[in-house]
Design a protein around this ligand. Structure first.
Ligand code: ADP
Length: 469
């Protein structure tokens, strides 16, 4: 049995569905039939017994009322009455105290069937019981000196035949049910597995032809179509992230190429002329060192970006007091850029806690403040304002610098995006700062947004959910 189960277990789903569904349907059908058969049989037997008992009572009453002494002269009356009350397939006999029949009335019950059941045993002189195809009821009868037995024998052949025919029909119907449920189960399984099959086909195609293949979704709005939609969405995501990855590698190598080309140019210049000309030597070495520093910075920023994208969990303390962190960064910046006028308004943030590591919040603040200073020109005023609204703490950094043109604004957080390539490069920008900040902020369920007007200034807002006290 266990072997059979494990064999079924290893079958393809379509066969499993077919087998289990037909088995289940068949069992249901068989159980229903068995219950029905038992009830009908019981009910019919009950009806037979009731009918026979009534018959017997009628006969006994008649004998007692008329006080027959079973003499020869009584016989025509008795026989007439018994013939009148006898049913089809039934015989009625009156037996004397020795068990010899005195009166016999019979309707299609052969005599030899009855004679084979002698009255010798005491229990057989009264009661109701079945013997082969016969239902036999006997009742003792005593009138004056007559001691005898009244016997009703019912031939149940028709009844047995009916029951047999009934069970045959049930058996045939049962086999019919197996076949129908098997075919039904098979069709059902095919219908159910069709979408899975098409998904498997799509996955095969993706393996052969590439990531742009998709599953054809049927619009049934059922679980399988949801699964297919999710699969397609996941494939969109995978394809997008592959493209992004490729774009990133292309952009990064493009960015790395410029400083490398510059260094290469100056080195060959040195090799040709620089050895003898101290002026060229000095200038080329200066430029090469500058470019190497830029290269180093770029590599560091690329690393920072990759780290910001990594979704690591359980990385130490993830709680920061935003006002404290901002003050710390400000102190640092004020020392490096003494010419800037920094205004802060952090009172609303007092006592607030947000879920981010202090190091990462510092990094975000440094990126935004560094930009504010880099792109400020003459007006060296920067305002930092904290606020709490709807369980979110926000920090706004506003400068009065050159601003960002409206057409560039949607892209400034993209990797390597710089509004004015030449100028940004002059100021040491690689176009990675804001994309690092954005990834860090999003990693802590925060949001970052930029408002800007060209030649008026820029406001960067970062906000994070406040931790419950
Ligand atoms: P970068 O390292 O070049 O500054 P970012 O990703 O930090 O790169 O910024 C992308 C671009 O957005 C910058 O090149 C600059 O043109 C523009 N930008 C960012 N912040 C400001 C700002 N405060 N004022 C004006 N322009 C800005």
């Amino acid at each position: 049995m266990r072997k059979l189960f494990s064999a079924v277990h290893q079958l393809p789903i379509k066969w499993k569905l077919t087998i289990w569904s037909s088995l289940l349907l068949f069992l249901l059908f068989a159980a229903y039939n068995a219950v029905q058969y038992t009830f009908i049989e019981k009910w019919m037997i009950q009806q037979e017994k009731i009918g026979t008992r009534q018959n017997m009572n009628e006969i006994l009453n008649y004998f007692l009322e008329n006080e027959f002494s079973f003499k020869e002269s009584d016989m025509p009356y008795i026989r007439g009455f018994l013939e009148k009350v006898n049913h089809q397939n039934q015989s009625i006999r009156v037996l004397d105290d020795k068990g010899r029949p005195i009166v016999v009335v019979s309707n299609r019950v052969p005599n030899e069937w009855i004679d084979g059941d002698p009255l010798s045993a005491p229990e057989k002189t009264g009661g109701l019981y079945f013997k082969d195809r016969l239902l036999i009821m006997r009742s003792p009868l005593t009138i004056f000196e007559f001691n005898g037995t009244v016997e009703i024998v019912k031939n149940n052949e028709d009844f047995v035949q009916l029951i047999n025919a009934f069970s045959r029909v049930m058996l045939v119907c049962g086999f019919g049910a197996i076949i129908i449920s098997g075919v039904g189960g098979r069709l059902l399984a095919r219908q159910l597995l069709k979408p899975l099959q098409s998904m498997a086909d799509a996955i095969r195609k993706i393996k052969q032809k590439g990531l742009h293949e998709r599953v054809l979704v049927n619009n049934n709005h059922d679980e399988i179509s949801t699964l297919m939609k999710m699969f397609n969405e996941m494939m969109d995501q995978v394809e997008r992230s592959f493209q992004q990855q490729r774009q990133f590698v292309e952009d990064a190598s493009h960015e790395l190429r410029t400083p490398i080309a510059i260094i290469e140019g100056h080195l060959s210049l040195l090799q040709r002329w620089g050895k003898k000309d101290p002026a060229i030597l000095e200038e080329s070495l200066d430029i090469s060192i500058q470019e190497l520093a830029r290269l180093k910075g770029l590599v560091q920023e690329l690393l920072a970006l990759t780290r910001a994208e990594e979704q690591t969990t359980g990385e130490g303390v993830r709680k920061a007091k935003p006002d404290q962190v901002v003050l710390h960064v400000m102190k640092h910046i004020a020392a490096v850029y003494p010419s800037f006028q920094l205004e802060t308004e952090l009172v609303p943030l007092t006592g607030t806690m947000i879920e981010i590591s202090e190091g990462h919040l510092e990094q975000i603040m440094l990126i935004v403040l560094d930009n504010a200073m880099k792109y400020s020109m003459e007006n060296k005023r920067i305002r930092i304002k904290g606020s709490v609204l709807d369980r979110h703490a926000s920090i706004e950094i506003t400068d009065s610098g050159i601003g960002i043109p409206e057409t560039d604004l949607p892209y400034v957080m993209d990797r390597f995006y710089r509004v004015d390539k030449a100028r940004s490069r002059e100021q040491g920008g690689n176009g990675l700062g804001l994309s690092i900040a954005k990834r860090l902020v999003e990693r802590y369920n925060g949001a970052i947004s930029i408002r800007s007007k060209e030649n008026e200034g820029t406001t960067v807002t970062v906000s994070f959910p406040v931790l419950p006290p």
